[in-house]
Ligand binder design. Structure first.
Ligand code: GDP
Ligand code: MG
Length: 444
């Protein structure tokens, strides 16, 4: 799904992410790549234009937030804008205050209506515990009725059908009565499609709409037809005003143009995604998850969130005060270490970063074992020693080394490094508070 687009966006963004600072030229270059990638994915060109414009504006105007470097910031912005493009929050299905909820399915022939009718019935049974009936209103092909009887039966829905001799509007009206009598929670009305949007198709839909007064009209569009799907949706919207989209055959859509443009073009959200011929290959459409899937950066984003949420502000402020006064002790160091570890083992954190594969992890200087050692050494100090590291001499070193299962050299090394760190901090504390972020960025 969306393979080419994913690949291109990921390449562009990982390039961006590796830079410490971003100039306007860098941002422009990245936007060019993103624009090309979206156009190649068959996204509507107007949509592409406004998308890249708003991403660019936000990138250039962004203040560097919290723990993110400029490159990560861009990833975050692209992710947020992609999510917004597909509708922002996930849209849900509307239910009638008094059952049955009536859902009218619309769409071109072959778009996947009958399949989606059964899939939706199954979905509502499984997830909402609804009793569901489906109505066979495609009377133009005998096979269409048989097909619904078959797939409807497979998912345990009651199928209301009258063969192909009656008029679809009458069948729909009759099915609604049946559903009421049978106490069904939901009635899904499957209709006929045409090869193209035409007058008679729209007329029929309008008549069925009048007869059953649906709670929602869902338009099924075939993702594999790209921009055609979006044009069809636009035409349906003008004629019968539907409420939401079921995007079918997403599994066969390598480009993604329809899924990315349909909300922006028609104003209607995608409610469900159909992702295969099997009846359980159907899921709610979540714009945020889809964006992350496209960017392939779900892990990076969750890493960013994790980092943001776990850094407690108070602790940070307290720490800053101590740093200023040069009062940072092993005790503080220990609590910092623990905080860092709340985020999980360092190697798994780094492993979440795409491109950071095992081979590179081995070359990382900071590994978990090193942190374990540091932590063990500090834990073997007395509280007094932690606050006043200058006490740590001679026999105390040996005791700490033994207690922590390390060597005197390793204890020495830590105490020495810590002393250097304190010295630097005291110097900095006397002057202006350094821009820690800038320091960190340089260190990266
Ligand atoms: N791969 C794939 N095939 C689908 C999907 N939805 C429907 N199809 C297939 O598309 C064809 C047309 O589907 P159908 O439901 O009969 O379309 P209708 O004419 O709109 O009712 C059938 O062969 C389905 O098996 C899907 O999500 N993925
Ligand atoms: Mg059909």
């Amino acid at each position: 799904m969306f393979d080419a687009l994913s690949e291109k966006l990921q390449a562009t963004l990982s390039d961006v992410r590796q830079r410490g600072t971003l100039t306007e030229d860098d941002v422009n270059a990245a936007m060019r790549e993103i624009r090309l990638a979206l156009l190649e994915a068959d996204v509507n060109f107007k949509v592409v234009k406004s998308f890249t414009a708003s991403v660019k504006e936000r990138c250039l105007g962004a203040d560097v937030v919290g723990a993110l470097n400029p490159g990560q910031q861009v990833v975050k912005i692209v992710d947020e804008e992609l999510t917004a493009l597909m509708g922002g929050s996930s849209a849900g299905l509307a239910f009638a205050p008094r059952p049955p909820t009536v859902i009218l399915m619309a769409g071109l022939q072959g778009s996947g209506k009958t399949t989606a009718t059964a899939k939706l019935a199954r979905f509502l049974k499984e997830n909402n515990d609804s009793s569901v009936a489906v109505a066979a209103c495609d009377v133009y092909r005998p096979a269409a009725v048989d097909q619904l009887v078959k797939v409807g039966g497979q998912v345990g829905a009651t199928v209301y059908e009258k063969g192909t001799d009656e008029n679809p509007v009458d069948i729909a009206r009759w099915a609604l009565d049946q559903a009421k009598q049978d106490g069904k929670d939901v009635l899904i009305v499957d209709t006929a499609g045409r090869l193209h949007v035409d007058e008679s198709l729209m007329e029929e839909l309008k008549e069925i709409r009048k007869a059953v007064k649906p709670t929602s009209i869902l338009l099924v569009v075939d993702a594999m037809t790209g921009q055609d799907a979006v044009n069809v949706a636009e035409q349906f919207g003008e004629a019968v005003n539907f409420d939401g989209v079921i995007m079918s055959k997403l599994d066969g859509d390598a480009r993604g143009g329809a899924a990315l443009s349909v909300k922006a073009v028609t104003g209607k959200p995608i409610l469900f995604a159909s992702t295969g011929e099997k009846l359980d290959q159907f899921e709610r459409f979540h714009p945020d998850r889809m964006a992350q899937r496209i960017l392939g950066m779900g892990d990076v984003l969750s890493l960013i969130e994790k980092a943001e949420s776990q850094v407690e502000e108070d602790e940070a402020r307290e720490l800053e005060k101590k740093l200023r006064k040069g009062e940072f002790t092993f005790e503080d160091f220990l609590s910092q270490l623990k905080m860092m570890r709340k985020m999980g083992p360092l190697s798994s954190l780094l492993g979440m970063i795409p491109g950071f594969q095992g081979s590179q992890l081995k070359n990382m200087k900071v590994d978990d074992r090193e942190l374990d050692r540091v932590q063990a050494i500090i834990l073997s100090m007395t509280p007094e020693e932690r606050r006043r590291p200058e006490l740590i001499k001679g026999s105390r070193r040996l005791r700490i080394a033994k207690g922590s299962g390390t060597s005197v050299q390793q204890v020495n090394q830590l105490v020495k490094q810590f002393g250097q760190m304190q010295k630097v901090m005291k110097q900095l504390g006397r002057g202006k508070m350094p821009d820690l972020q800038a320091l960190m960025r340089q260190a990266r």
